[in-house]
Ligand binder design. Sequence first.
Ligand code: PLP
Ligand code: TYF
Length: 394
Amino acid sequence: MLENLSAQPADKILALMATFKADPRSDKVDLGVGVYKDATGNTPVMRAVKEAERRILNDQKSKAYVGLAGDPDFSAVMKDLVLGDSVAQERVAAVATPGGTGAIRQALELIRIAAPQATVWLSNPTWPNHPSIIKYLGMKTAEYRYFDSATRGVDFKGLLEDLEQVAEGDVVLLHGCCHNPTGANLTYDQMSQVISLMQKKRAVPMVDIAYQGFGDGLAEDAVATRQIASSFDNCLVAASCSKNFGIYRERTGILMAIAKDADQQALAQQNLAFLNRQNYSFPPDHGARVVTTILQDPELRADWEAELEETRNSMLALRQQLADELRRLSNSDRFDFLADHRGMFSRLGTSPEMVEKLRADHGIYMVGDSRMNIAGLNAKTVPVLAKAIIDAGI
Ligand code: PLP
Ligand code: TYF
């Protein structure tokens, strides 16, 4: 049987991690995989997470199964964190999932059951796992223009032109905030226009929100998701706790399906539980319990929010430092977009050959499409990167 297998395409981001590890240079700089790192290069366990884990270790009386949808308290705190009061909680069906990826997978499987003919529209570019999972599930997909390689901002005209082609019932996948891989995001007014267009086309929005709190703030980063959720009868929201709680390996995420009314919500909830059962029965609990413990306790929550703010501000400071340094070295404002981008990533907008040159000559690792993880920098490596960019003639 196994002789029938052929090699599957590798994940380029994860492959880069291995190349970086094998590089013997001591001054190498990792701007690859999207994991937050502090100034010492460590990915810390957040203070509130440590304390929540300590409490769980002390207080937990049982590890018996919870339920196919996970802990209802986790769903309640996450509905509140992501959706706020943009929709009535009774309209929201929700299941815990293994990470944001699990939520995306379950969302797509739900779409495949409910609308097998729908095309799922993806931004070009997007997180590579979006098209990969869609193709694996045998679903139809199309792309809308997103990145303007001249300005390194959003190609809004191209985006609107492409979304004019959306058919009734198609799904449009939008990043809730901090677009991966570009770092370029829609303004509030632009999102309002996209919403009007999707309403006109009778399309269904799906939001992937994996970086809430990494852009402009916890509430600010949820604005687009809430704007979308409140504008449609149906909407799917896949949220990840990996980054904003720093619990990557615990695999903590949630899929929320916003229904028209309570009857539709019950049906969606039953289908989501069914999908969890088909794929893995019960979702992981530990990370979800940590998140619930933090969000339900005012002191832990305040501490978590404070540490998340420090994290967010450290990335903003690195962006500003890099943009300033490049302004000085290039005598121009052509790198100012780095300070305008939000989240962990910025797409530098250079060729794969230049990316390879930066790796070979300077030990600077970014993804082949010139995506940089800003959190991989520190105050000392920013000038090194800036000089390498200018020396390479970018
Ligand atoms: N969506 C986007 C855009 C991401 O960048 C990520 C990456 O971490 C995820 C979803 C899901 O992450 P995880 O499955 O680790 O929660
Ligand atoms: O884009 C990133 O770097 C993160 C982490 O298969 C990641 O989202 C990368 C690849 C992958 C899963 C997560």
